[in-house]
Write a protein that binds this ligand. Structure first.
Ligand code: DC
Length: 223
């Protein structure tokens, strides 16, 4: 079984995907983590994120891999476990930027397709239903209003004790939307055969239930 979940930043893709995959007993590949690992490597090595050639060159011999520990994804860059370092706002921006480069996307898409060919999997990202797994059994477009996505991110930051300004968080969300939807290569869009789930007014549990119901409807094996 292959499940594709795409959508904009902050729609809850990662956590919702984790819960859905766990219920179905399949692995979840967070493809954003792979772009983040590329972005982090460039930042660490002082490679100019805006220099497409330099980023593409580094990406050519950079090995982005994943492993699973009790079902949870660990993301590796040249064998280094970078899982704990890829969630900063700086890395988010870098990931979104390197994700606009054709050579980077080519390498990531190929790696994701190889992983998905080996096992049943749920993949979440921006181009899974449109590019990585065009023949996925189930395609979901998970979204919510920009204001609600920003509100959730803002609250998450406050809960972690971080300083956060709602207006700035909303601005960053809109900037990443524009970058992810406006890029030339495989921009974020809803696949023609995807089902849209709008979580603006749904709780986490309701969102998971809505997706499981769609999986059940579309496959004979849905839990
Ligand atoms: O899902 P995320 O926020 O962790 O993703 C980080 C960035 O990576 C996102 O802004 C765009 C890029 N990305 C992508 O271009 N294609 C994917 N399949 C996943 C992520």
């Amino acid at each position: 079984m292959k499940i594709a979940i795409d959508g904009p930043v902050g729609a809850g893709k990662s956590t919702i995907s984790d819960a859905v995959a766990k219920t179905l007993g399949i692995l979840h590949l967070d493809t954003g983590a792979m772009y983040r690992a590329v972005g982090l490597t460039c930042l660490r090595e002082g490679i100019d994120i805006d220099n497409e050639r330099a980023v593409a060159e580094r990406c050519r011999d950079l090995l982005i891999g994943v492993s699973y520990e009790n079902g949870a994804q660990r993301t590796l860059a040249d064998g280094d476990d970078v899982t704990g370092s890829i969630r900063t706002p700086e890395v988010s921006g870098a990931a979104s930027r390197v994700g606009t480069y054709a050579d980077v996307r080519k390498a990531m898409v190929a790696a994701q397709q190889r992983l998905a060919a080996e096992q049943d999997m749920l993949l979440d990202g921006r181009d899974i239903g449109t590019r990585v797994l065009p023949d996925a059994d189930v395609k979901i477009f998970l979204t919510a209003s920009a204001e609600e996505r920003a509100r959730r991110r803002w609250k998450e930051m406050l809960d972690k004790g971080e300083e956060a300004d709602y207006g700035e968080v909303l601005k960053a969300v809109k900037e990443r939307d524009a970058q992810d939807m406006g890029r030339e290569v495989d921009p974020l869009r809803c696949a023609d055969d995807a089902v849209t789930v709008d979580t603006t007014n749904l709780s986490f549990d309701e969102s998971v239930a809505a997706i499981l119901a769609i999986v059940r409807e579309r496959t004979a094996t849905g839990a």
